[in-house]
Design a protein around this ligand. Structure first.
Ligand SMILES: [Zn+2]
Length: 301
């Protein structure tokens, strides 16, 4: 895990995705030192200190403890490779058919982590346990993720407040943690999720993505991208969900096997039955912002 945000001179947090590679005019939230954007092809894009990396950042990189949104880009697949494979097999053999799983086939660890629940001699997948295998419908994914997003915010806020009130030496660090979390939370609320149908020279693709801009603008860009690969291109909007930036990556995880690469474009899919996917999307409840979420949106961090 890396440092992904820097502070601009006017005090705004800027993501590494918003800047070009190389030296920037941004500084580190934790120490104020100047930052360089590392945007290579191997490691995830991140900010490095132009000089020496400060201790708080070294520590967070080491312990993977940068604040991040729960279940946003990590779907509990930090399970060891084989473990995840076993979980997938169990899902196909039992979960999918709603058959109870014999207790001796599961690891007690999975129960502890909340991925499975046991009753007498049988176990079954919980909603949380369906996430690593991509089996939880999008609407239910939101129901599992939303309270966790708020809990984590609450935890970081308390931790910062306690440190500030007690005058602890790490108060500034905790405040920086909180800001990094808030800016990520705010971003998923600011974004709308869109789902497009793309007809390109007789082929039918679908595309998922998020945007904060008017969807017409985004569609024009998609048309332009596709024209560099196909002669005839027609793009139709199938759905737009406000404040649902949280869903994009889970959608990609859930429908990974239908992902279809067009050149270097990675957000396209070839679905055998798109109606099922649309149903999944349309079953998501309309996002109603809570008071806390509203204040996050209005906030200029
Ligand atoms: Zn620093």
């Amino acid at each position: 895990m890396w440092l992904k945000f820097g502070v601009s001179r006017s005090g705004e947090l800027v993501s590494v995705d918003e800047v070009g590679r190389g030296k920037t005019r941004l500084s580190c939230l934790y120490c104020g030192g100047p930052l360089t954007a590392r945007k290579g092809t191997v490691k995830e894009h991140h900010f490095a200190h132009s000089g020496q990396t400060c201790q708080p950042v070294v520590q967070r990189i080491k312990t993977k403890a940068f604040p991040s949104l729960p279940l946003y880009d990590n779907f509990l697949i930090q399970l060891k490779g084989e473990e995840l494979e076993r979980l997938k097999v169990l899902w196909r053999q039992y979960g999918l058919q709603q058959r109870p799983i014999p207790k001796d086939l599961i690891e007690f660890r999975w129960v502890l982590k909340g991925l499975m629940q046991t009753e007498r001699n049988f176990s079954q997948f919980t909603n949380l346990g369906r996430i690593p295998v991509g089996a939880l419908p999008l609407g239910r994914f939101n129901q599992v993720q939303e309270p966790r997003l708020l809990e984590e915010l609450d935890k970081l806020e308390r931790s910062a407040n306690v440190a500030i009130a007690a005058g602890l030496s790490n108060a500034e660090e905790r405040r920086a943690d909180l800001e990094i979390y808030r800016v990520q939370f705010r971003r998923i609320l600011l974004n709308s999720l869109y789902f497009l149908e793309v007809r390109a020279s007789g082929q039918l693709f679908h595309k998922v993505g998020i945007t904060t801009r008017p969807i017409e603008q985004r569609i024009k860009e998609v048309e332009r991208d596709m024209r560099s690969h196909f002669v005839q291109v027609e793009v139709n909007l199938l759905g737009l969900w406000q404040h649902r930036g949280n869903v994009e990556l889970y959608f990609k995880h859930r429908y990974q096997r239908f992902n279809f690469l067009i050149g270097s474009l990675t957000e396209y899919f070839l679905f055998p039955n798109v109606d099922k996917v649309l149903q999944d999307l349309n079953k998501m409840e309309i996002k109603v912002l809570s008071e806390i979420e509203n204040s996050l949106l209005l906030d200029k961090i």
